[in-house]
Write a protein that binds this ligand. Sequence first.
Ligand SMILES: *[C@@H]1O[C@H](CO)[C@@H](O)[C@H](O)[C@H]1NC(C)=O
Ligand SMILES: *[C@@H]1O[C@H](CO)[C@@H](O)[C@H](O)[C@H]1NC(C)=O
Length: 319
Amino acid sequence: MMIMVMVMVMVMVVVVVVVAVVAAAAAAMAMAMAMAMAMAMAMMMMMMILMMMMMMMMMIKLLNDNDSRIISICLQSINVAFLGCERFTDVLSSFKLAGTMLGEILSAFEFMDCSSMHLVESKLGLHNPINKWPFYVLIETFGSNSSHDEEKMSLFLEKVISDNTARDGTLATDLTKIKAVWALRERIAEALMFCGTVYKYDLSLPLPKMYELVLHMRERLVDMQVTNVVGYGHLGDGNLHLNITTPDHSDEVLNEIEPYVFEWTAKHHGSISAEHGLGFKKANYIHFSKSPSSVALMKEIKGLLDPKGIMNPYKVLPH
Ligand SMILES: *[C@@H]1O[C@H](CO)[C@@H](O)[C@H](O)[C@H]1NC(C)=O
Ligand SMILES: *[C@@H]1O[C@H](CO)[C@@H](O)[C@H](O)[C@H]1NC(C)=O
């Protein structure tokens, strides 16, 4: 009797478990089906939207048999010119001319010197698309009407080449070539990392003085263990990246560079750390580029915003 009761209880338990499992499986299947249905519906909606877009495009095409109109609605136009210049003053003249001739579509004006070019060629194997010149300029236009933009850019190129402001040049309009030209400028920092210790200075200087500092530093460091003194940057805001490299860290070289770089910058009405704010290392040199009264004012403002000095301690103002 006892055994029979036990067997019955066990059978009942088993039945309950089986029912529960089946119910759970059914629920899971129902959910999966609901999800599958939702996904199918989403896909159908996407296809409908796509079809509507295609119909709209076809309608635009029918309304306007000029295909380029559709392209100019959908795509932006980018042109990049890469020029070679003999002197830094030519770089400045072409900047001025770009301002007047390209106006609102001018989106970048970058320069690099031949040492920077040598670095990206030798360390990264990049290809200089033009002949060798002391300076290179990258000019980008960004607009919405490609025929208009190309026309403006070619007029500009004709002008700078004909009056010898630029000695050589190439124009990139397709994406692959545009990227290749930009890489020359953007990968300088990467190439420098193959050269040992880099002393980097991000400075803002009046345009006519911008490159003089690089020449000064080259002269100043000529007898030292320095492998590169390169300058590059954008002219829009007079931003110069000055990078100096040595095979190993050298206090002797560092002392020759600092505070000289900061004093020189201050003397020529420039400022330190053009884009990234002052870092820890340079905080004590801010006096070289800001007057005592403006440093005091900046301290006061910082005191008001952050009385306990917990925001960016050490990194903002001299202590
Ligand atoms: C694009 O530029 C060309 C040449 O300057 C001009 O003729 C045309 O009207 C412009 N198209 C649009 C959509 O602005
Ligand atoms: C070169 O200097 C700039 C600052 O002007 C800095 O942003 C850049 O990282 C430096 N390059 C390297 C490789 O340190």
